[in-house]
Ligand binder design. Structure first.
Ligand SMILES: Nc1ncnc2c1ncn2[C@@H]1O[C@H](COP(=O)(O)OP(=O)(O)OP(=O)(O)O)[C@@H](O)[C@H]1O
Ligand SMILES: [Mg+2]
Length: 335
């Protein structure tokens, strides 16, 4: 079952989208399936903060009942993203108050669904509060932002949401900043993530690769890893390059030797482990023979062929014939 977590703030520009993008990859690094949804439909940013991925269907299409939520799920290098349309005209006929029923079908996918909210307590932000069960507050260590959190926290309490805690973003020791203890006292919330101010965060966004992905050893990335570990209730262990590599290898081996694959269906509703494994392999290798993929993920070539078609429909990869062949025999990653 999915955990729906709203990522909210009172004041705008405090780092919600930055937290959603980095936290998604941090959780993924810890072996979690993550779906990040851009619920800020009037000023969407999430897709610009994520690695490039090809997409046609958006949350707007789903809200307008032109598509189902599963066709708006796009795989971006390990994490699934539901983008909101960047085209202003696509706002016509979008009713954000239908957000809850729009994302509800994701409840059956074993995952963490992170809802990136608009700031404040307007219609968009309230829709997020009404679509999640758990809530993560983001603030900067300044009085106006912290006071605004208090209002959101009150509303969250009224709705009966589980308040996971506060992420203190862009933290640096300055006289004008509030100390962590003061913030906890004002808001009545526990700080569960402390993310330093670092220009590398901005650089990483501009090159469309969240810092956790592009520079996992950096201090801020480790701060995100710590937050991720906290959210899934596991102890945080600082990981160097080598231990991360070993962990990944170990996890991959574990996955690849597992024969407990879910049954293959022909609709893209089935975002199952087999599809993920194929995508992971392709993302790393860019081009592979179907026979090679079959061997690596322990499925028959026919099954890989079927998966290839599903993933091709989602434009995640393409299938190609080999040079002299007629039958499709290669999977090619779509960058
Ligand atoms: N830890 C950080 N260090 C340095 N810059 C940061 C950090 N976190 C966020 N930023 C920068 O702050 C700006 C605002 O971040 P972001 O867009 O994530 O805020 P937001 O809360 O999602 O905004 P909005 O309310 O408009 O949705 C961005 O330019 C981002 O790069
Ligand atoms: Mg944002």
């Amino acid at each position: 079952m999915a955990r729906f977590i709203g990522v909210v703030s009172g004041k705008g520009g405090v780092g919600k989208t930055t937290v959603v993008s980095n936290l998604s990859y941090a959780l993924n690094e810890l072996g979690q399936r993550v779906i990040a949804v851009d619920c800020n439909v009037t000023t969407p940013h999430l897709s610009n903060y994520m690695p490039n991925f090809s997409w046609r269907t958006t949350l707007n299409d789903v809200m307008k009942k032109k598509a189902d939520i599963f066709s708006a799920l796009h795989y971006a290098n390990g994490v699934y993203v539901v983008p909101a349309s960047l085209n202003l005209a696509d706002l016509v006929d979008v009713d954000i108050t239908t957000l809850r029923e729009t994302v509800q079908p994701l409840a059956n996918i074993n995952s963490l669904v992170l809802l990136d909210s608009a700031p404040g307590l307007g219609k968009e932000a309230l829709s997020v509060l009404h679509s999640c069960e758990e809530i993560l507050f983001v603030t900067i260590p300044q009085k106006s932002a912290v006071n605004d959190i208090l209002r959101c926290a009150e509303v969250a309490e009224e709705i009966g949401l589980k308040r996971l805690g506060l992420v203190l973003n862009m933290y640096r020791k300055k006289k004008y900043n509030l100390a962590q203890e003061e913030i906890e006292e004002i808001t009545g919330l526990k700080v569960i993530g402390n993310i330093s101010f670092d220009e590398k965060v901005i650089q990483a966004i501009s090159s469309r690769s969240p810092l956790v992905k592009s520079w996992p050893e950096s201090k801020v990335s480790q701060e995100f890893m710590k937050l991720a570990a906290n959210l899934i209730n596991i102890p945080y262990k600082r990981q160097g390059k080598i231990s991360r590599m070993i962990n990944r290898l170990f996890r991959r081996n574990q996955e690849l030797t597992s024969r407990n694959y879910p049954i293959l269906h022909t609709t893209n509703k089935d975002l199952t482990t087999a599809g993920d494994k194929i995508l992971d392999l392709l993302a790393a290798n860019k081009k592979m023979k179907i026979s090679e993929v079959a061997e690596k993920v322990n499925l028959s070539e026919e099954e890989i062929y079927k998966w290839g078609k599903i993933l091709e429909e989602q434009r995640l990869l393409s299938m190609q014939p080999s040079i002299f062949g007629i039958k499709k025999s290669k999977l090619v990653w779509n960058d």
